[in-house]
Design a protein around this ligand. Sequence first.
Ligand code: SF4
Length: 467
Amino acid sequence: MADVVLVNPIIPSWYTEVLEVHPEKDWLKPPVGSPPLGLLYIAAYLVSRGYKVKVLDIMRKKIKKSEFIGFLEQEQPKIVGLVVFSEATVSVFEFCSSAKEWNPNVITVLGGPHVTFMDEETLQHEAVDIIVRGEGELSMAELADYFLQQRGSLNEIKGITYKMNTGKDVEIVRNPGRPYIKELDQLPFPLRTAIDMEEYPMPGTIITSRGCPGSCIFCAAGAISGGRYRTRGIDNVILEIEEMRRIFKIDYITVVDDTFTAFPERTRAFCHYYNKSNSGFAWGCESRVDDVSRELLTLMVESGCDAIQFGVESGVQSVLYSIRKNITVEQIEVAVRWAREAGIRFIACSFIIGHHSDTHDTVRQTLEFAKHLRDSYGVTPFFGMCTPYPGTYLYRNREKLGVTIYSKGWDTHQLIYSNISTKYLTRQDIQRWYYKASELFRDDIKKIENIRLRRSKHKSQSPNIIV
Ligand code: SF4
């Protein structure tokens, strides 16, 4: 029995649209290989407040509607919480409807990046009761207090938007926002024991900070975290890594922060701990080319780092300026060269095709630049298509920037599906360039995926406890 069931829903089109149209391109399937840390943070916080929680990661393990309803019948939760990314909205609505079909009195609560910005639109769906905007831990706990212990009142819970029945009609109420959690070290570690860690090809992920100091126009990282970048103490991060290694026998750690190297001093502290403790795990992270130095990259390699991913986005300076990436093409090349010379084994660079300022010519130049990075420095380039997600500058200013969004729903609103046209490129142009890029670097992407999977193998002792 559970007080709260938390669900990570499936993104249907990842498994249908692209694969049905291009079945030979099964390598385009995005890896859904890591635990849903956001949900596991909320699960941990609820458990610390005395609630019983179960987590259902349907992204990893598909289930039928009847099985979902059967699960709810068995657990009898009062609250069903779902995390919502734009492309999962359609399936989230189906899960909410199924939950209401099981029991019309169950409370459906949605959180995550999409609904943080599209709360009122999402609440138009009859099966959705409450939206949690921004960080979910405290709001979910207060919702559990209210619905399970009859403590407090809905209108006092910060950061939620909900429906209120006035007798005549249904009103949408938007409570004031919740301040962001300042002391991330006070949060309990994600409740990894609530899932079967053995099911994940990349189980060793960790979040050491929230937000990003960058202001790229296509990215919602800044808006989601209220424009603030907050970090955990390195001691606290290490404690979590030690716990993961002890319980799940994980020997590879992937830091999934947007930019792990944003504060080089902090990265150095992490490396020094590693060297002092002789910990022996290997690790990888995401970074920005303007956050690294030759000295830092060398220290990272000496401290077990064997993989780094730089968000590069374009190989053309005017495009980089137009998307406010605040880096130069020269910086990209220098950072990649330093990383190679430092001895980082896997260097990946992510690119986006179809920026509002991209033309056929700039995309062609970007592909040439990606080839140059691969041939000169062994970089693996990979690509996504420009997608104006809610919360981004690009989404808010799409008309001014000449961007048209096609799909009326959100399910095709994702990096592997062309959903926009720009002043210079049609929707089909963007899709064609994406396929061309994917074909061009097919073997490189495959190679890195295989390496990733091989090195992520672990002997999990996950007891599969569901709290
Ligand atoms: S794209 Fe990367 S650097 Fe830019 S705002 Fe988003 S997370 Fe930060």
